[in-house]
Ligand binder design. Structure first.
Ligand code: BTX
Length: 325
């Protein structure tokens, strides 16, 4: 965090107690004027401070931004989100993630943007990333795993996002659609894109792209998504704090990544099946080669979807688009 972010974090954790310029100057080892300059920048960004006579300043309003300091205030992690790169606008947090990961970004580095002009979905599809309304972030992790294990991380991430949403918003019932969508009442609110940088026998970095519709209203979505997309705010019926959700996701993601690295996929499989809206339903899976219809009976230890055809044959699907049929 920058000094400005550290000062902001100090105000956030002061819980309404006034902080004086002198006190902050001493804590951070800089002059009162320097403190004041940082507070001026924060005010320009939309933070509001009240002055309490002879006592100091109190933070009274925060802008609707996913500032690293605000995220960090809610984090309970050792690695994830300890380094956060924030962008007002960018092409894609995945693209930035690739550059940073090649340049030795530490395990747990987060790239977050208010908007993306070229948000990426799977298979080069477009991901709509309305400014200031969602969570558009990439998490770089460097687990000691083999390249063929990378797809399982998509499932680890899905479980983390679902449980973060459930823990914060009581009216929302998110379900995972295999492998990587999170739906609410049948509409998509989250997409996950896992990419990797790897040698044949070792993963150097996984780039976990998470896109979550948070505060959009229906009219914010382009016409082609009107019937298929939703946001958490539409479902919860109020506007939500993105920074708290980001931190909660990172907290769960670190926990589940550790669980996976220490105990393998089995505990994740249990969590995933619990959160899934796919298993036990009749589905149509469109792969690059064929369309398969049948009953989704479960996922394997490797996170591969198993579909039972009407003739009893069981097909394994590694990658596909799924619809309920
Ligand atoms: P996907 O290929 O499963 O989903 C893409 C499809 O979803 C699109 O073709 C479109 O139909 C629909 N769609 C596009 N935008 C939205 C939206 N905002 N809400 C609901 N449906 C939508 C899913 O790919 C993976 C998405 C990952 C996005 C994150 S954002 C941060 C990171 N940076 C980046 O460029 N991508 C990832």
């Amino acid at each position: 965090l920058t000094l400005k972010d550290e000062i902001l974090k100090r105000f956030l954790s002061a819980n309404g107690e006034p902080l004086s310029g002198q006190q902050l100057g001493e804590e951070f080892g800089i002059s009162r004027t320097a403190i004041w300059k940082h507070m001026q920048t924060l005010q320009d960004e939309g933070y509001t401070f009240d002055t309490i006579k002879k006592k100091g300043y109190v933070l009274v309003a925060t802008p609707d931004r996913v500032d690293p300091a605000r995220i960090s205030n809610y984090l309970a992690t050792n690695r994830l989100g300890q380094s956060i790169h924030y962008f007002e606008d960018c092409t894609s947090t995945q693209t930035i993630g690739h550059e940073l990961a090649r340049n030795e970004a530490v395990d747990g580095t987060v790239i977050i943007a208010e908007s993306q002009s070229k948000g990426k979905g799977r298979m080069a599809r477009h991901w709509e990333s309305t400014k200031g309304k969602g969570i558009w972030m990439t998490v770089i992790i460097r687990p000691n795993v083999l390249p063929h294990q990378a797809p399982q991380f998509t499932l680890v991430v899905a479980v983390a996002v679902v449980n973060a949403i459930k823990s914060l918003y009581k009216h929302i019932h998110p379900e995972i659609k295999w492998p990587n969508d999170i739906l609410i009442n049948g509409k998509k609110c989250t997409g996950i894109l896992t990419e990797m940088i790897a040698e044949i026998d070792q993963v150097q970095a996984l780039l976990i792209g998470i896109g979550i519709n948070v505060n959009q209203q229906s009219s914010d979505f382009p016409e082609e998504l009107q019937n298929t997309a939703t946001s958490l705010s539409i479902e919860e019926n109020e506007s939500l704090d993105r920074a708290i959700l980001i931190a909660t996701i990172l907290n769960y993601l670190e926990k589940y990544t550790d669980l996976y690295v220490q105990h393998g996929f089995s505990p994740i499989k249990i969590l995933w099946e619990e959160a899934s809206g796919t298993i036990g339903k009749r589905i149509r899976a469109t792969t690059l080669r064929e369309v398969i219809e049948g009953l989704a009976i479960g996922i394997t230890e490797d996170g591969i979807l198993e579909i039972q055809l009407d003739n009893g044959e069981i097909k394994r699907v590694y990658s596909a688009d799924i619809e309920l049929s």
